[in-house]
Design a protein around this ligand. Structure first.
Ligand code: SAM
Length: 277
């Protein structure tokens, strides 16, 4: 494997239950009535009684699908307990918001399933004072979870203008402090680099070199890598002193593809043979 001179050592850490890790495509249940739901912030907000119902569903989600599958970082669990996921999905999907599957958010995109959001957040090993970059804002849910970790500063990039705008508005309205930008996340956000952590929530076929460059020494990157439209491998990279990357295979996932000019221009350039998990 070659990648801009960086040496990679592969360490197999964990294998996820493959079928349970899907973050894209339509889940088996429930059936969605609308193929293109509105990506805009929901016009109506739930009343007190409904909010109490969602809080109970959220608590159950944390216990049954997140803690039960091995997430132990208390700060991550607390974030999953508090971020109102039902306000990040289109109104017609609200009742499904706390199921452990992805949901459509418009433009062929999805909000990732809660377990994967929690897992990727935990893998970032965030510490107070850390600066984290997310590529793929989508609904803004993952960004809100990151912003709920105490002392963490969040930057997030989304390529689809309508999603970028609606996520920014939603995050502001709900009081989450996230620096949002519309653009191609393949190139990262050099003005704010280096980042202590980078999370990519769409799948490229190689690790974008600009993201490696923008990762601080000691930094962690969590990214699904693999062919578009199929299953990918979730990797955790740790940049050691001197710039060497350690790679940890976290198992199989299925994300929507990373798109945009960066990917188009550099497709197949990674030069990495990605072993299947
Ligand atoms: N993190 C999101 C959330 O919590 O709702 C879900 C992410 S969704 C699985 C992937 C997102 O990545 C989509 O919104 C898609 O438009 C975006 N995306 C794809 N390619 C991108 C790129 N080159 N730069 C930035 N965003 C990109």
């Amino acid at each position: 494997m070659r990648h801009r001179g960086a040496a990679f050592s592969l360490i197999l850490l964990a294998v996820l239950v493959f079928a349970g890790c899907r973050t894209s495509s339509t889940p088996a249940t429930p059936t969605f009535s609308s193929p293109q739901p509105s990506p805009l912030p929901s016009p109506t907000w739930p009343g007190e009684e409904e909010e109490a119902k969602y809080a109970r569903l959220r608590e159950r989600m944390v216990i049954e699908t997140i803690q039960a599958r091995g997430i132990t970082d208390e700060r991550v669990l607390e974030a999953m307990r508090t971020v109102p996921r039902h306000l990040f999905v289109p109104e017609e999907e609200r009742e499904y918001a706390y199921g452990d599957y992805p949901l459509p958010i418009g433009f062929g995109q999805t909000i990732s399933q809660p377990y994967i959001v929690a897992l990727m957040t935990e893998l970032l090993e965030l510490r107070p004072g850390d600066k984290v970059l997310e590529v793929g804002t989508g609904s803004g849910y993952q960004a809100a979870v990151l912003a709920s970790i105490p002392g963490v500063e969040v930057y997030s990039i989304e390529i689809i203008p309508e999603l970028a705008q609606s996520a920014k508005e939603r995050l502001e309205r709900l009081g989450y402090r996230v620096h949002c930008k519309q653009g191609d996340g393949y190139y990262g956000w050099p003005e704010h680099a280096p980042f202590d952590a980078i999370i990519v929530t769409a799948a490229p076929d190689h690790v974008p070199p600009p993201l490696i460059d923008q990762l601080a020494e000691g930094g962690r990157m969590v990214i699904p890598v693999g062919p578009p439209g199929g299953y990918q491998t979730l990797w955790k990279f740790v940049k050691e002193e001197g710039g060497e990357l350690k790679a940890y295979n976290m198992g199989g996932v299925a994300f929507v593809p990373l798109t945009g000019p960066g990917m188009e221009e550099h497709r197949h350039e990674g030069g990495m043979e990605w072993p299947t998990p």
